[in-house]
Design a binder for this molecule. Structure first.
Ligand code: GLA
Ligand code: ZN
Length: 667
């Protein structure tokens, strides 16, 4: 891509189309004072730029782009296809979605198009092409933003037909499909492709949102993700006909369940995402989302949206406290972002987002706390731009994240409704976060060999090739940590026979006879070799040792004394298997052991609750030191005498960081 982005983009969603022209001038003046250098425009303007099937009208967008170009903005240009124009829904009702309950929707809301509607696809691609033809050569247009937050699902007849085509391609024969879905169960054998229906509330959907046939439902998720990805590709390819130089992205949503982002990222030039933590979201979870977004391409990403202060769509939309937005922005950059963009630059006057935070509030002035904080950060990012851009995060530990597993684990009926994929992954991520041990979030087909430790919690579904890759990794000296509910099913949710963890049995050197589920009020304990006892809950697997040794046994119930945690030497490496959900201190004990055996160490010793993240630029390292704790914290000794970039001075031993304070050291 020859149109490189050469500075940290600072700006965000901007909708001058919602305002009279006098305001535009005012905006430019105010944004300049905030060091805003970028605007994301045309995200929801389809009805404006295509008022009817035959007519396109770019006059207003021309003016917006011209104004921003004159002001030397780096423009992120939306394609506007995330909300249908009303005329289209009226004329072609099939562009609307049919929901899980089977109801065809009327016109309204957004993210509302059926991904398999040929009309929608054709209109969307045509519009993207027109936009690229008109604006692609503009040197200020630095990034295409296709649609917006793809998501949801459609269960209409078009989708049903397209699903059958997708299935034919995947399975070739009905015999293979029947086998994959295990349709002998309840006599659901299919004799004709036309007998296949979408798995919604009217068919295989169970009362609790799960599925009578997880195999079908997982395939439908894959299909739905692929369908929307195809929508993205339609527009991307239409843009590429006219513009070969501008990067193309769409804004993702962290651990969003519906779409397989690892697959999506392959089609995107750069990953961008929208970060909206709630007032009580743990900072470790936000950090994990950033690492996941960076991990999708193992490259820096764009922060496409965050609110300068408040949201509107959460149950409790608390203000970001003074300094919080800044600290959150640096956390984002620390984990690999090269842009900080807001939703939104000016607060709208009506509709459901009127209470959503913005750089310019309803007061319309610069005289607000939020504006001043935005301005302060803008000034700093301008100064840091050259130092940060192009730097990379590195890690010796990989945590596996996989959408098929996410779907599989949460569709399956039993053993416990409390098995939630993201929660499970995060509970392992948290350990490393709290110790400032860098993490890469990796897919199941990653090159594991570049890591010392791979952590694969609840690796319930083991797809083709994954077992072999893990065996190879461990054989060559790698350390694998895996847990209960791993190795159990294949890509169609059918069990690997012969005892759990099925296909990982040899690697783990154990077999699991039964999986007990513990209700929320129940718990068990694990007594380790050293005699410590830790509590555990959720599930308890009854493990038999084969080549593995026990590291801890259950203390209660009829399986008291049986192994709960095991270690197996395999080739030059080792496998830790954790058969129950350990309390935090129990998990810490085991993971301490794991890190010690892999010689993996925190970035900085004695960091006392500070978050510390490193980005490397050639032989220089940037350390972001951030305080998200309620108490003031002492600067770790490692940094005494080091150059701190924000204050442009050298740290001394009396430095302390208050809540939300940030230091950046270049070493
Ligand atoms: C999403 C959307 C934006 C806006 C914000 C509000 O991220 O992409 O258009 O609705 O939420 O938080
Ligand atoms: Zn549909």
């Amino acid at each position: 891509m020859s149109k490189e982005i050469k500075r940290i983009l600072y700006g965000g969603d901007y909708n001058p189309n919602q305002w009279p022209k006098e305001i535009w001038k005012e905006d430019m003046r105010i944004f300049r004072d905030a060091h805003i250098n970028s605007a994301t425009v045309n995200v929801f303007s389809w009805a404006k730029i295509q008022p009817s099937e035959e007519v396109y009208d770019f006059s207003e967008l021309d003016e917006i782009i011209e104004m921003l170009s004159k002001e030397n903005y780096d423009i992120v240009l939306g394609t506007s296809t995330a909300a249908l124009p009303a005329w289209m829904a009226k004329k072609y009702p099939e562009v609307e979605r049919t929901d899980y309950e089977g109801r065809l929707h009327k016109y309204g809301q957004r993210h509302n198009a059926c991904p398999n509607s040929p009309r929608f696809r054709q209109f969307a691609a045509a519009l993207a092409g027109k936009l690229a033809e008109r604006y692609g050569k503009n040197p200020h247009v630095k990034c295409w933003h296709i649609s917006n937050e793809y998501g949801g699902a459609c269960y209409c007849e078009n989708c049903e037909k397209a699903f059958r085509v997708w299935l034919r391609k995947k399975y070739k024969t009905l015999e293979a499909l029947n086998k994959a879905w295990n349709t002998e169960f309840w006599g659901h054998t299919l004799y004709d492709w036309e007998e296949i229906v979408v798995p919604n509330a009217l068919s295989e959907g169970l009362w609790d949102g799960r599925s009578a046939f997880a195999g079908i439902s997982i395939d439908y998720r894959r299909f739905n993700s692929d369908s929307m990805l195809q929508n993205y590709i339609d527009e991307r390819d239409a843009i590429r006909e006219f513009d070969k130089e501008t990067v193309i992205t769409t804004n993702l949503m962290g651990t969003y369940k519906e779409l397989d982002y690892f697959k999506w990222a392959k089609e995107m030039d750069v990953v961008s995402w929208d970060n909206y933590p709630a007032y009580d979201t743990p900072w470790s979870l936000t950090a994990m989302c950033h690492d996941l977004m960076r991990g999708l391409k193992d490259k820096p990403f764009m922060l496409m949206e965050q609110t300068p202060s408040q949201q509107n769509w959460q149950p409790y939309n608390s203000l970001k406290r003074p300094g919080q937005m800044r600290a959150q922005s640096y956390q984002t950059i620390a984990h690999g972002a090269d842009t900080i963009q807001f939703f939104q630059l000016r607060r709208s006057i009506g509709a459901c987002e009127k209470f959503h935070g913005a750089v310019i509030s309803h007061a319309g002035t610069k005289n607000t706390r939020v504006f001043r904080e935005t301005q302060e950060l803008g000034k700093e990012l301008e100064m840091l731009s050259d130092t940060i851009l192009g730097s990379r995060n590195e890690a010796q530990v990989g945590i596996v994240f996989d959408w098929d597993n996410y779907w599989g684990l949460e569709y399956t009926s039993g053993p416990s409704v409390d098995l939630k994929y993201v929660e499970q992954i995060h509970s392992y991520y948290e350990y490393f976060y709290e110790r400032n041990i860098p993490i890469n979030m990796v897919p199941t087909n990653a090159n594991f060999n570049q890591y010392k430790i791979i952590v694969a919690p609840v690796l319930y579904m083991v797809k083709a090739g994954v077992k072999e890759a893990l065996e190879e990794f461990v054989k060559n000296g790698g350390i694998l940590v895996t847990t209960y509910m791993s190795g159990i099913v294949d890509q169609s949710d059918n069990v690997y026979l012969g005892g759990y963890p099925g296909t990982l049995r040899n690697l783990a050197g154990i077999w699991v006879e039964e999986i007990d589920a513990l209700a929320p009020e129940q718990k068990n304990g694990v007594k380790t070799e050293g005699g410590k006892v830790f509590s555990c809950n959720l599930v308890c697997e009854r493990i038999h040792l084969e080549s593995a040794q026990s590291l801890g046994e259950y203390t209660e119930d009829f399986y008291a004394g049986e192994p709960a945690i095991t270690l197996n030497y395999f080739g030059n490496g080792r496998v830790y298997y954790i058969g129950t959900q350990l309390s935090k201190n129990g998990k810490n004990e085991i993971l301490d052991m794991v890190c010690k055996s892999g010689s993996v160490e925190p970035l900085v010793k004695n960091s006392d609750g500070l978050e510390i993240v490193c980005r490397r630029q050639g032989d220089k390292k940037l350390y972001f030191v951030m305080n998200f704790q309620d108490e003031e914290k002492k600067l770790p000794e490692t940094f005494y005498g080091c150059h701190e970039l924000l204050r442009d001075t050298y740290a001394t031993s009396d430095w302390k960081l208050e809540k939300y304070q940030v230091c950046i050291f270049q070493i």
